[in-house]
Design a protein around this ligand. Structure first.
Ligand code: GLC
Length: 540
């Protein structure tokens, strides 16, 4: 079975390891904590867990600054714990996907320390990009609002190129153009870049040998640098193509998921899916209501899944249809939220409004990815403190979506036995905060709805990724038909909404809240949703 085959039918669950479950009372989540909650994860009906980086790190960027790719960070446990976790998950039909930070390391990585402590270039080829003086233009100017070059703290003189924060030096995968005037630009086939590509394969092999099913690749298209950003992305994609060819022979069935959308190069694609990221406008047009601040990446617009009903699905549907037109059958991942921005429950959006969004997420033709805690409606906690690089700028605080999982009403919401001031981040202080325990046996809960929807997705092939998706009514309510046999309708706004789209006599209601069917009219109360089995074709 190819990786894409199982991914197509999967629901993913993203676990932020430091915030899920703390087994040893140090205030930080860990792998044994996840193992202890695997029955819960299985009860959600998910097929794979994606873990954010859990490797040795000084945690300047919450683990996206890796100091040893081959070692689980001691705060999370040991390599053996990861193997135990993979086995225990597999016993429950769940695969494990790790996060590969391919474009940069920590300054504490031995590779960087070696080059930092040298007096000049490594005769085997530099793994990082060093220059004596940053160029005045282009790569000398700005990356994400801060200088791209960081002055070397020595002994090696000069500057190194970073990829994100200063403590994350960019690995050298070469440049799209070389120029004798800028000798620090290696070609992509130079010894340094080649060493790094081979090292990526070794890292992948190391964890695949321990049973993981694949990788989400952080900043996947940032490997090759260039003055023409798009050309550089395409050249990065070529490296992934090479890695995919190697995987197909050595580890067939491995899933590779990029952070973002894979650039089209005319070659066979290297990744198994495109990821319509939370920070992309398409995702934001559905869910981002500004409650987590302003993202610098796209203009703020009303979110479709908000009570005011001022949003539109056009941008999202257009992007999804464009990908399908480019590459029929291409998988597209869509998450409820992720560790880089907000949550489904954010700003003015309340728990009662989540049913429509979750019904959409779990019945559309994308591959759904649930961010831990979204299944109980945990909220983005505004004003959370800046921990491990969570705050990127004053209006961009990622900590609010990274707060500890809320298990029950015991101390620290059951996340940890540590003193509250030792927790990774404070628990949501709201006394009404949702918990797993409160929702566990409540058939009207968000958790129950998620379980019902994932079960339906498993039972009904028409609701999965590879069946057709046709939009029948694009605004409020949003109505679409799956596989010719099922109709889904969601009305995330406060006001009721109706659509003349369906012959109701033959409908079987599988999931519904606030649904009223009469003659040829489908009406949904505010915040309503419905999944119907239909035996007749929908009206135009
Ligand atoms: C990705 C990660 C983010 C991290 C950054 C740098 O965008 O999702 O959390 O800070 O890469 O590695």
């Amino acid at each position: 079975m190819s990786g894409a085959d199982w991914l197509a039918d999967a629901v993913l669950y993203e676990i932020y390891p430091q915030s899920f479950a703390d087994s040893d009372g140090d205030g930080i989540g860990d792998l044994p904590g996840v193992i202890a909650h695997l029955n819960y994860v299985a009860s959600l009906g998910v097929d794979a867990i994606w873990f954010n980086p859990c490797f040795a790190s000084p945690f300047v960027d919450a683990g996206y600054d890796v100091s040893d790719y081959l070692r689980i960070a001691p705060r999370y446990g040991t390599n053996d714990d990861l193997v135990r976790l993979v086995d225990a998950a597999r016993a429950r039909g769940i695969r494990v996907i790790l996060d590969l930070v391919a474009g940069h390391t920590s300054v504490e990585h031995a590779w960087f320390q070696h080059e930092l402590n040298a007096s000049g270039p490594d005769p085997l080829g530099d793994r990082y990009v060093w220059c004596e003086e940053p160029p005045a233009a282009g790569w000398g100017s700005d990356l994400a609002g801060t200088p791209a070059w960081v002055r070397s703290p020595g002994p090696r003189p000069g500057y190194y190129l970073k990829n994100f924060f200063d403590a994350q030096p960019a690995l050298n995968f070469g440049w799209t153009e070389v120029d004798p005037a800028e000798p620090w630009r290696d070609g992509t086939d130079a010894p340094g870049p080649r060493r790094n590509v081979e090292s990526l394969k070794e890292i992948l092999a190391f964890w695949l040998d321990r049973g993981v099913a694949g990788f989400r690749v952080d900043m996947a298209f940032s490997l090759v640098k260039g003055y023409d950003g798009e050309a550089a992305q395409r050249r990065s994609a070529a490296i992934w193509r090479e890695i995919r060819d190697w995987l197909d022979v050595s580890y067939p069935g491995t899933v590779l998921i990029p952070e973002g959308r894979e650039p089209r190069t005319g070659q066979r694609l290297a990744f198994d899916a495109d990821f319509l990221l939370v920070i992309y406008g398409e995702h934001a047009s559905l869910f981002d209501n500004g409650g987590a601040g302003l993202l610098p990446f796209h203009p703020q617009r009303p979110a479709y899944f908000d009570a005011d009903g001022a949003g539109s699905t056009d941008l999202f549907v257009g992007a999804w249809e464009a990908i399908q037109a480019d590459d029929p059958g291409r998988l597209v991942l869509l998450s409820s939220a992720d560790h880089d921005f907000d949550r489904l429950c954010c700003g003015p959006r309340t728990a009662e409004q989540l049913g429509a969004a979750l019904t959409f997420l779990l019945t559309w033709g994308t591959v759904p990815c649930l961010y831990y805690g979204d299944e109980i409606g945990m909220r983005y906690v505004p004003g959370s403190p800046d921990v491990e690089g969570a705050v990127c700028n004053p209006t961009y605080n990622r900590a609010g979506c990274r707060t500890p999982m809320q298990w029950d009403r015991s101390a620290n919401a059951g996340f940890s036995t540590a003193e509250p001031d030792r927790l990774y981040l404070p628990i949501d202080p709201d006394p009404e905060r949702p918990t797993v325990a409160d929702q566990e046996d409540d058939p009207a809960s968000t958790l129950a709805l998620v379980r019902r929807l994932t079960a339906l997705r498993r039972q009904v092939p028409a609701l999965r990724t590879r069946s057709t998706t046709e939009v029948l009514h694009a605004s409020y309510p949003f109505v679409y038909r799956r596989g010719g046999t099922h109709v889904v309708a969601v009305n995330p706004r406060r006001e009721p909404a109706t659509a003349q789209v369906i012959s109701i006599d033959t409908a079987e209601v599988l999931v519904a809240q606030g649904l009223r069917l009469s003659a040829d009219t489908l009406a949904l109360d505010g915040f309503g949703y419905a999944v119907l089995a239909v035996r007749t074709t929908a009206a135009d």
